[in-house]
Design a protein around this ligand. Structure first.
Ligand code: NAP
Length: 285
């Protein structure tokens, strides 16, 4: 039996908590607000961003969508981020990727003040994460950990393998697993004999972006698998990086795609925003 680690109920619970905190903040005279800076016409990104705006408004937050033309220059985005950084009515900032050609996230991420960096992309946030200091961590990485925690998955002393080393998922997840005292291995495109490494994993986190990369041969019997990947297969269906059909019966537990990491990520972005608003204003909530 492979247990499905559903994210939808967890996301609903987090959003209910966020709604309650946002209500308290508004009562204290603070309207929690996040700003999302977008400079792409990518339809799937527009859909994702609209879903964050909708969820934010439903929870009683203000969501400001700042749409820039897809041919924007680094200086255009710098100017917007500069204004948001000093705007006391904005508590959280998301700089959505992909960015226009020739514009690099590394040049912009440090313009987001750590106290507004609700998706944990600035070098300061990442440094604090590595050192174990308080910081906002990337929402997707936080969602992976929240799924494991709320499903009661024990991590201390267990072998964890992360496939993927992106700044938004693989690297922060590895750090967070380490913080929970797992023994962590990180795999990537140059890993030799991936299946031999992943078969060691009692907990396997996959964030690659390749449909059904992980099959039965990669999985240790009973392993807990968190599938971060979101890919569109040949038939247009949304599928993960794990071949769910192939690993069913071998894995002990698996997050579904869709309905696993994705909804929890969005809910945590809202949670980080109300936390940022409470910290910035000193509101006792
Ligand atoms: P990314 O920046 O594209 O990085 C992919 C990683 O996978 C890289 O570290 C790469 O290795 C590694 N890789 C590529 N091919 C591999 C292979 N054959 N074997 C082992 N490792 C391999 O990825 P990302 O931003 O983490 O995103 C990954 C997936 O997660 C995408 O499908 C994305 O859409 C999804 N995602 C979902 C959410 C959500 O909330 N659900 C959020 C973020 C991302 P190298 O470093 O060596 O190149």
């Amino acid at each position: 039996m492979t247990e499905l680690l559903n994210g939808k109920q967890i996301a609903t619970d987090i959003r209910a908590h966020v709604t309650a905190v946002a209500r308290e903040l508004r009562t204290a005279g603070v309207l929690p607000a996040l700003a999302i800076v977008v400079a792409t016409k990518d339809e799937s990104i527009s859909w994702y961003v609209r879903s964050i705006v909708k969820a934010a408004e439903k929870a009683g937050l203000e969501a400001r969508l700042i749409e820039l033309p897809p041919n924007s220059q680094t200086t255009d985005i710098e100017a917007v981020l500069g204004e948001l950084a000093v705007d006391a009515t904005v508590h959280g900032i998301i700089l959505q990727t992909p960015l226009p050609d020739g514009v690099h996230l590394d040049d912009l991420a440090e313009l987001i003040p750590p106290n507004k960096d609700i998706d944990g992309i600035s070098p300061v946030s990442m440094g604090r994460l590595v050192l174990g200091h308080p910081a906002f961590v990337p929402a997707t990485a936080a969602a992976v950990m929240e799924l494991l925690r709320r499903h009661g998955i024990e991590l201390a002393g267990r072998r964890a393998v992360v496939i993927g080393r992106s700044a938004v998922v693989g690297k922060p997840v590895a750090q967070l697993l380490l913080r929970e005292n797992a023994t962590v291995t990180v795999c990537h495109s140059r890993t030799v004999d991936l299946a031999a490494v992943t078969r060691e994993a009692e907990v396997l986190v996959v964030s690659v972006g390749k449909a059904r990369l992980v099959g039965r041969e990669h999985v240790r019997p009973g392993a807990v698998i968190v599938d971060v990947g979101t890919n569109t297969d040949a038939s247009g269906a949304l599928v993960g990086d794990v071949d769910a059909e192939a690993v069913t019966g071998v894995a002990g537990a698996l997050t579904p795609v869709p309905g696993g990491v994705g909804p929890v990520t969005t809910a945590l972005l809202l949670q980080h925003t109300v936390t940022a608003a409470a910290q910035a204003t000193g509101a006792a909530v």
